[in-house]
Write a protein that binds this ligand. Structure first.
Ligand code: AOF
Ligand code: ZN
Length: 379
């Protein structure tokens, strides 16, 4: 008896990886949609390629079919980084486009976890006689495809944005001195990288303490950014001054204040009159308010946030179990002082046995700083 052919061979994996690479082109424009890339190929030779550029625009599959031009995709194979959609959203279902084009086989890197799709896209294709293969979940390409869309995947499953905490600490783990001086802990290269990350997320978040102390602008100062992140201040009493750089730069990017019911009406009204969006987070304690504030952002289409401090807000988010990834710069300086704030305020865990252990770590140097990226949750 002949050995059963491998469902996905090396050539398939290379084209699937190409689809994942193409998807990357939508990193700063596709949200709240996922990044998706697709390749149409016959006998391993690409006929057309595409990616999803922005919401309302064509999905990767239609873009790849259109890119085939005069080459007829009938009978060809489509490689796509995410399961094709099967519902009418801002655009028609990709399953229809695939069937109309006469594609005979579809190879997918990862499933689409959103309720409207979740396996149904693949089911429809199989029912119509298309051969469907899915990369093994623990394969390199499968992992890369899921990793690429962590914000979309978490938001689709929970309604809550993916939360990344960025911090710059001294060798002894301090974010600032005991007098609250924090300029600058990390080096120039680290700070430039953090500006790139601002451009990658839907929102940049700080606590009111940081907003008052630093009067930050929180925009992504990198060339060629066409969409600035929303700027969000967790500010339970709505103390953000109308004269702050955040409020006076609304023409650059929107600002949202997440207040609590304790905020005086006069303060929230004044912020709203200045053009700031005010969200009232429900909940009796800080943890539930953090969660509720993030949920409200998620309802507004924010799929990813970067928390930039300070210690208090970061600690509250950690204690609420809300942090999905930590990106920590450790700079070669020593600050000292019991009163100097650490990376995470809040309560923290009780025992070392309860300490949170990341699912994956990577460490690199950026200038003189050590950057640790700790992935805590996987979606
Ligand atoms: C795909 N290929 O390239 C993308 C998909 O409003 P719409 O029509 O753009 O649909 C958005 C949903 O479609 C999104 O929530 C996700 O489930 C899927 N995105 N699917 O087959 C793509 N961007
Ligand atoms: Zn689609």
């Amino acid at each position: 008896m002949l050995p059963r052919p491998m469902p996905i061979d090396e050539r398939d994996l290379a084209l699937l990886q190409r689809a994942v690479d193409l998807a990357e082109r939508g990193r700063r424009t596709a949200s709240p949609n996922p990044m998706v890339g697709a390749v149409v190929a016959r006998d391993g030779r690409p006929l057309g390629e595409g990616w999803h550029e922005r919401p309302g625009g064509p999905h990767a599959e239609r873009a790849a079919i259109a890119d085939c031009g005069d080459a007829d995709p009938a009978g060809a194979t489509m490689y796509v980084s995410l399961e094709p959609c099967c519902h009418q959203g801002r655009t028609p279902p990709c399953t229809d486009a695939i069937l109309q084009a006469g594609i005979r086989r579809v190879v997918v890197a990862a499933g689409d976890p959103s309720e409207k799709v979740a396996g149904r896209g693949l089911g429809i294709l199989r029912d119509e006689g298309v051969a469907v293969d899915v990369a093994a979940p623990d394969s390199a390409v499968g992992r890369a495809a899921r990793l690429q869309n962590q914000p979309f995947r978490k938001h689709a499953r929970t309604g809550i944005p993916w939360v990344m905490l960025k911090a710059a600490a001294s060798l002894d783990g301090r974010l600032a001195t005991h007098t609250d001086d924090s300029r600058w802990i990390s080096g120039v290269a680290s700070r430039e990288l953090a500006h790139q990350w601002r451009a990658d997320v839907d929102a940049v978040v700080v606590g009111i303490g940081t907003a008052l102390a630093d009067d930050p602008l929180l925009t992504a100062r990198v060339p060629g950014v066409e969409r600035q992140p929303r700027r969000v201040v967790f500010d339970s009493e709505a103390r953000l001054p109308l004269t702050s750089r955040l409020v006076t730069s609304l023409d650059e990017a929107p600002v949202t204040v997440v207040a609590s019911r304790a905020a005086p009406r006069s303060a929230t009204d004044a912020l709203e009159s200045s053009g700031v969006e005010v969200v009232v987070a429900a909940g009796a304690n800080e943890h539930s308010r953090v969660r509720s504030g993030l949920e409200s952002l998620g309802q507004r289409g924010v799929t990813s946030v970067m928390i930039e401090g300070g210690s208090h807000l970061a600690g509250a988010c950690f204690d609420a179990g809300m942090i999905d990834e930590l990106r920590l710069f450790v700079a070669p300086i020593i600050v000292g002082g019991r009163q100097a704030p650490g990376v995470l305020g809040g309560q923290g865990v009780e025992r070392i046995a309860d300490a949170v252990r990341p699912v994956e770590l990577s460490r690199t140097t950026v200038g003189d700083d050590l950057l640790t990226v700790a992935r805590i949750k996987e979606w």
